[in-house]
Design a protein around this ligand. Structure first.
Ligand code: PGA
Length: 248
């Protein structure tokens, strides 16, 4: 089971950042694999350019530039991230899509991340649910935009994070129900089978949206996900530790 912490911009001091990473290090004996995505300025505090010491804890970026370097003020390149020893990059988070990132940009970022030897965590998710279940074809389109152009080999390297926007940033009681999550995971895997006829079962599907210590276990058991992308609850040592314990 995997927990990806998306610190977003919640963390704004090194003391808290270090305390959270210390908590993750204390937990590396548990069965859970941990990935932490800090805001860009903090990444170098925890990575030294080498491969992670333990497969149980590694670091990700919350976004990446399409720039390959040079005259691009303010951009954080994939080469720089790979050089720091990061392993994963979150691509297409709904908060970035809301800032204007299109499916084309997201595809280009996924390809760029893969070309630099990093693993993309591709976020998809509907804004709301409609009685006609049009959100299902919306999700299919979000997946098609990225999976259609990729080579079969690259398709198999993408992690998919299902994050319904209506469930993000609330509390466990407003999150998706475990049974509904299981249905969504089955649907997403069925769509992926169009692109990876024999390999769809090997794609990791994560869930994100108001995951807390109170609901993570039920979502893992009934939802049949391979892990979680957690925002707010991953930014406080007590609740972060609670998430890990609940899955251990
Ligand atoms: P949340 O965020 O856990 O705070 O709902 C999840 C996400 O947006 O990745």
């Amino acid at each position: 089971m995997l927990i990806v912490s998306n610190w977003k911009a919640y963390i704004a001091d090194t003391k808290t950042a270090k305390a959270l990473v210390a908590a993750a290090k204390r937990a590396t004996r548990s069965k859970v694999q941990l990935i932490i995505a800090p805001p860009a300025p903090y990444i170098g505090l925890f990575t030294d350019g080498k491969a992670p010491k333990s497969k149980k804890l590694s670091f990700a970026a919350q976004d990446v530039s399409l720039s390959t370097g040079g005259a691009a003020t303010g951009e954080v390149t994939a080469v720089a991230l790979a050089g720091l020893g990061l392993t994963h990059v979150i691509v297409g988070h709904s908060e970035r899509r809301a800032m204007g990132e299109t499916d084309d940009v997201i595809l280009a970022k996924v390809q760029h991340v893969l070309a630099n030897g990093l693993t993309p965590i591709l976020c998809i998710g509907e804004r709301q649910r409609d009685p006609e279940a049009k959100y299902l074809s919306f999700l299919r389109m979000q997946l098609a935009a990225v999976f259609t152009p990729l080579s079969p080999r690259d398709r198999g390297r993408v992690i998919v994070a299902y994050e319904p926007i209506w469930a993000i940033g609330k509390s466990a009681s407003d999150s998706i129900q475990p049974h509904d999550l299981h249905e969504m995971v089955l649907y997403i895997r069925k769509v992926l089978a169009d692109y990876l006829p024999s390999g769809a079962k090997n794609i990791s599907i994560l869930y994100g949206g108001s995951v807390e210590p109170a609901n993570i276990r039920a979502l893992a058991e009934e939802g049949q996900v391979q892990g979680f992308l957690v925002g707010r609850a991953s930014t406080d040592v007590a609740s972060y530790t609670g998430l890990i314990k609940a899955l251990s």
